[in-house]
Write a protein that binds this ligand. Structure first.
Ligand code: SF4
Ligand code: SF4
Length: 203
C-alpha cells in the first residue's frame, strides 16, 4: 500500500476553493441543524441543491461517492452554500478558520483523503479498507507533502469506516427519495427533502 503522508497546515484552501463543493450527507445536515439550533428555513440558507452541469450516465453514477438526488431542476448534489467569493459560508477569512469546526461535515473531516473497500468480506474489514488522496487534495492541499508525517492509520481507518457507513446510509435515504420523486409521490424541493430527513431523525 502507498505510504500516506499528510498534516494540515490550516491554509484554508479546501474551505475557499471556488470549484470545491462540500457535499453533505443527511447526518451532516442534522448535526449542523441540532448544533446551531436551526429552523427549516434557516437550514435552507446554508444548504443548497447544486445541479449537475452535464448529463450523468449510469457508469458515472456508480463512480460517484455521493449519490445524486432528483430535484425540481434535475439531478443535483446537496452541498454547503458558498459566499460570493466562492468560499464556504462557514469559513471566516478574517479569523482564517471554520466557524463550525466541531460540527463540520464528514467530508471536511476526511479531506484530503478518501476511502474505499477493496473487498466486501466483513471479517477482514481493516485490511480491506484503502485510504487514498482525493484528486482535489492532490491539486491544492499543501498538507500532502513528502515532508509531512505518515498519517495515524488507526485514526484514519476508524474515520474511514464511519465515513463509509454514513455514505451507505445516506445512499439508502437518497435512493428512496429518488424512487418517490420518479413515482411523483413527493415534490422534489430542497425544503421537502429537509422536512423528510428531519422527520426520519425523530423516529
Ligand atoms: S487544503 Fe489541506 S492543508 Fe489546507 S486547510 Fe485544507 S486540509 Fe489543511
Ligand atoms: S464547514 Fe468548515 S471545514 Fe468545512 S468547508 Fe466550511 S469552513 Fe471549511
Amino acid at each position: 500500500m502507498e505510504e500516506i503522508r499528510f498534516s494540515c497546515t490550516r491554509c484554508g484552501n479546501c474551505c475557499t476553493d471556488n470549484s470545491t463543493l462540500v457535499n453533505l450527507t443527511y447526518f451532516d445536515i442534522i448535526k449542523i441543524k441540532n448544533g446551531l439550533n436551526l429552523k427549516v428555513d434557516e437550514i435552507l440558507e446554508i444548504v443548497g441543491f447544486y445541479i449537475f452541469d452535464r448529463k450523468i450516465s449510469q457508469k458515472d453514477r456508480e463512480q460517484l461517492v455521493f449519490t445524486p438526488i432528483e430535484s425540481e431542476r434535475g439531478l443535483a448534489y446537496i452541498g454547503l452554500r458558498k459566499n460570493q467569493s466562492g468560499e464556504c459560508i462557514f469559513y471566516s477569512s478574517k479569523k482564517k478558520k471554520c466557524l463550525i469546526y466541531n460540527l463540520r461535515p464528514i467530508l471536511c473531516q476526511t479531506f484530503p483523503l478518501s476511502f474505499r473497500i477493496l473487498n466486501e468480506s466483513k471479517d477482514k474489514f481493516d485490511q480491506l479498507l484503502e485510504i487514498y488522496y482525493t484528486r482535489k487534495g492532490l491539486d491544492y492541499c499543501p498538507g500532502i507533502d513528502s515532508n509531512s508525517p505518515i498519517i495515524d492509520y488507526d485514526y484514519w481507518k476508524k474515520l474511514g469506516k464511519k465515513t463509509l457507513e454514513y455514505l451507505k446510509r445516506n445512499t439508502i435515504i437518497i435512493e428512496k427519495w429518488n424512487k418517490q420523486v420518479k413515482a411523483a409521490k413527493i415534490i422534489p424541493s430542497a425544503k421537502s427533502f429537509i422536512n423528510i430527513i428531519l422527520k426520519a431523525n425523530e423516529i
